[in-house]
Design a protein around this ligand. Structure first.
Ligand SMILES: *[C@@H]1O[C@H](CO)[C@@H](O)[C@H](O)[C@H]1NC(C)=O
Ligand SMILES: *[C@@H]1O[C@H](CO)[C@@H](O)[C@H](O)[C@H]1NC(C)=O
Ligand SMILES: *[C@@H]1O[C@H](CO)[C@@H](O)[C@H](O)[C@H]1NC(C)=O
Ligand SMILES: *[C@@H]1O[C@H](CO)[C@@H](O)[C@H](O)[C@H]1NC(C)=O
Ligand SMILES: *[C@@H]1O[C@H](CO)[C@@H](O)[C@H](O)[C@H]1NC(C)=O
Ligand SMILES: *[C@@H]1O[C@H](CO)[C@@H](O)[C@H](O)[C@H]1NC(C)=O
Ligand SMILES: *[C@@H]1O[C@H](CO)[C@@H](O)[C@H](O)[C@H]1NC(C)=O
Ligand SMILES: *[C@@H]1O[C@H](CO)[C@@H](O)[C@H](O)[C@H]1NC(C)=O
Length: 393
């Protein structure tokens, strides 16, 4: 009796084991070629996008609580500047030396270029909805890859690969709307040119069948959240001027002309739709270093002042226009130089009030209930409550 029930139990256990193995096998076999192809593309994208992970947090679907009728220009949207630099450590720079050694230019230490430290997937899950991305040809002029000036960020992750990360994330978070700003990045190699070949490559990447499915097709207008959910709104900061005008006429997105985008300016007025008189107000004072020699605390304060002055303008003027404020910086030529990290987070005891990020948190608390528009951060994840303090406005 006893013996036979042991035998039954043993054979049950064996069959459970066997069926578990079969299930795991068949589960893997049941992955479609489309699933496996997406996995491959996401792997290819990972040096820029990060490793795709599901992470349901309160911030990953914060747009759910806003009605469809909300106008995009009325929303407060946290953004990130020079996203592609998040993994640009010395190890990454050195791993790419064999490529960049061919470029005919000097590549400076990584902290000159680095503006983030968390992957794009973490930015998305943390609530970031606006992304500043810079592309140009790789050193062989074959593929569109990500750069920050001379600093190549990956030789393998292409613009097209990285877009699949955003597409997949939108499928998983259909309540959310993303705004992707693309620039053609200059000063990459000694010979790179913003010519017809690179402009065509960018145009083609943004007009593939999959891009047409995920990018809002509207041109030079911001609509409602309802229209933008599950989609990408292109903020087009690159030119198609080397191509026939039919290319500019047919590409989606809002065009921010470089002619109107005054360099390093704290108070830009840019008309993106002359027929309808639609205007964007932009603060892009990225290099507050001059006059040189003032030091980190002074330059952080100049940047903080430019940022908060523009945000106050957003809370008090032109309620139906787009406001786009960069709280981020570039390295400057101060001696010693301020890196983007020093500007965002301060430099220890040299800067008792912290960097721009620390100083913005109490400022955001004072803006409660107001429209501040888009604000772009460097090192968005520090301090840990920065994005939440923005979303709480
Ligand atoms: C099934 O796929 C997962 C994830 O890719 C992998 O970790 C696991 O080893 C696979 N199992 C088998 C039995 O191939
Ligand atoms: C980040 O950089 C390190 C060092 O270069 C590298 O080992 C790692 O794979 C990179 N991360 C991703 C997601 O590519
Ligand atoms: C998920 O999000 C939480 C909160 O932002 C974070 O602490 C955690 O590291 C994330 N986990 C993964 C796997 O990304
Ligand atoms: C890349 O294109 C530029 C601009 O057209 C050209 O000057 C350069 O020689 C090309 N480089 C390579 C490696 O093809
Ligand atoms: C265009 O809009 C701006 C406000 O954004 C306003 O100041 C200006 O008067 C308008 N111009 C015309 C021609 O309507
Ligand atoms: C920043 O603005 C404050 C208040 O207007 C002013 O007192 C201060 O001098 C400004 N700082 C710099 C560095 O411009
Ligand atoms: C920092 O930026 C300035 C202007 O953008 C540039 O002229 C300078 O060479 C940079 N410093 C370094 C060390 O790269
Ligand atoms: C930042 O702090 C370090 C260490 O005290 C110092 O060497 C460096 O000059 C400082 N940089 C700036 C821009 O103040």
């Amino acid at each position: 009796m006893l013996g036979s029930s042991f035998a039954v139990l043993a054979s049950l256990a064996l069959s459970v084991l066997a069926s578990t193995t079969v299930q795991v096998r068949s589960a893997n076999k049941s992955l479609s070629l489309a699933d496996l192809a997406l996995q491959k593309v996401l792997d290819d994208a990972s040096p820029i996008f990060g490793y795709y992970v599901q992470n349901k947090t309160s911030t990953s679907t914060w747009m759910k609580s806003y009605p469809d009728s909300t106008k995009i220009v009325h929303m407060n949207l946290p953004g990130v500047h020079d996203v592609q630099t998040w993994n640009y450590s010395l190890a990454t720079q050195e791993a790419l030396d064999h490529v960049t050694n061919l470029d005919g230019v000097t590549v400076y230490p990584p902290e000159i270029y680095r503006c983030q430290e968390q992957p794009i997937i973490s930015m998305l899950n943390a609530g970031i909805r606006v992304f500043d991305l810079r592309v140009a040809f790789d050193p062989t002029n074959s593929t569109l890859v990500f750069w920050h000036s001379q600093a190549l960020q990956s030789e393998t992750a292409t613009m097209g690969d990285v877009l699949f990360g955003f597409y997949k994330w939108l499928d998983d978070h259909p309540s959310e709307a993303l705004l992707l700003s693309f620039n053609y990045e200059g000063s990459t190699t000694a010979y790179a040119q913003d010519d017809a070949a690179v402009q065509l490559a960018i145009y083609n990447t943004l007009t593939t069948p999959v891009a047409k499915k995920y990018f809002l097709q509207a041109q030079n207008v911001f609509g409602t959240l309802g229209e933008a959910r599950g989609k990408i709104t292109l903020l087009r900061r690159f030119d198609l001027s080397a191509l026939p005008s039919s290319y500019s006429d047919s590409i989606q997105g809002i065009y921010f002309s470089a002619d109107q985008w005054i360099d390093n300016d704290p108070d830009i007025t840019l008309i993106y739709n002359a027929a309808q008189n639609l205007t964007a107000y932009i603060e892009d004072f990225y290099e507050p270093g001059q006059p040189y020699g003032q030091g980190a605390a002074y330059n952080i304060e100049r940047k903080y002042n430019a940022t908060t002055t523009h945000i106050i303008k957003a809370t008090t003027q032109y309620p139906d226009s787009l406001f786009w404020t960069f709280a981020s910086s570039e390295n400057d030529s101060d001696n010693p130089i301020e890196t983007p990290e020093i500007m965002a987070l301060g430099n220890g005891t040299d800067t008792p009030l912290g960097g721009v990020n620390q100083r913005l948190i109490p400022f955001f608390k004072e803006q409660e209930g107001k429209r501040v528009g888009i604000v772009m951060f460097d090192f968005f994840d520090q301090p840990g409550d920065l994005v939440q303090s923005f979303l709480d406005i």
